[in-house]
Design a protein around this ligand. Structure first.
Ligand code: ADP
Length: 260
């Protein structure tokens, strides 16, 4: 309401939502969306919280596929979109509103107006936590989200690799600059455990995100290994936390969710 196409500095507090937490990364492809999805599902199913997931990655929305949702949201009488629930998580994504394979070639103002719709125009009901899968990087779209929404904190997802960490640090600094507390770093693709001999290989380097968090004075929230079941879960739309709830990887997500 009151959105006029320009970035407003007044922050929106979502009624009924206790905490809004941004899941961010400096770089694309580090597993931010995969982490956001599995954490949301773990927070709902392992921690028994009322959880929402807002896919604000406007250029590459992943939630429709990863959460297996392919319909448009219903609209309330006062013209708000009703999030679509799957695996115990209420979801909203720009991907619900555009055709599946259509390119999203929007200029800045359209991105801003889409983000405003995604934040102001959704009837979330009562939630303990709303996770926001942020667009990667530290540009306009990210700033708009941090300025529009009253965020309780931000989780920074990074691989242990130097190049990813460089951008992750940038991302963390952006949140700090606008006064959003950093809840901590999650290291994704921390290692690959050989299914034959059980030996871990540190494909993207060892403990990079843990060290980066320590050097910046931030907490380290958890490490998620590189694992085929995670990738499969994302592609098939059944998060590994649901398909194999007692596996080591699901426990890694569960432990990380508890630290959040
Ligand atoms: P981002 O949101 O950072 O762009 P995605 O979450 O889309 O990244 O992940 C990029 C790719 O890596 C996807 O194909 C996803 O399935 C895969 N992936 C992410 N995390 C893991 C993991 N821990 N193990 C295996 N594959 C992963």
């Amino acid at each position: 309401r009151g959105y006029s196409g320009t970035v407003k500095r007044s922050q929106l507090r979502l009624e009924g939502v206790k905490d809004v937490i941004a899941v961010a990364s400096g770089k694309g492809g580090v597993g931010k969306s995969t982490t956001a999805v599995n954490l949301a599902v773990a927070l709902a199913n392992k921690c028994q919280l009322r959880v929402g997931l807002l896919d604000a990655d406007v250029y590459g929305p992943s939630v429709p596929m990863m959460m297996k949702i392919d319909r448009k949201p219903d609209i309330t009488e006062d013209k708000k979109m009703i999030p679509i629930e799957n695996y115990g998580v209420k979801c909203m994504s720009i991907g619900f509103l555009v055709e599946k394979d259509a390119p999203i070639v929007w200029r800045g103002p359209m991105v801003m107006s889409a983000l405003a719709k995604m934040t102001r125009g959704v009837d979330w009901g009562n939630l303990d936590i709303l996770l926001v899968d942020m667009p990667p990087g530290t540009g306009d779209a990210q700033l708009t989200m941090t300025q529009n929404l009253q965020l309780s904190g931000a989780l920074i997802v990074s691989t242990p690799q130097d190049i990813a960490l460089l951008d992750a640090r940038r991302g963390a600094n952006m949140f700090s600059k606008v006064g959003v507390p950093i809840l901590g770093f999650v290291e994704n693709m921390s290692f690959f455990k050989c299914p034959h001999c059980g030996e871990p290989s540190f494909i993207f380097g060892k403990e990079g995100a843990r060290n980066a968090a320590a050097s910046m004075g931030h907490d380290f929230i958890g490490e998620i290994p590189l694992e085929m079941d995670v990738r499969k879960g994302s592609d098939e739309g059944i998060p590994v936390v649901i398909s194999a709830p007692d596996s080591a990887i699901s426990k890694a997500y569960g432990g990380t969710a508890q630290n959040v």
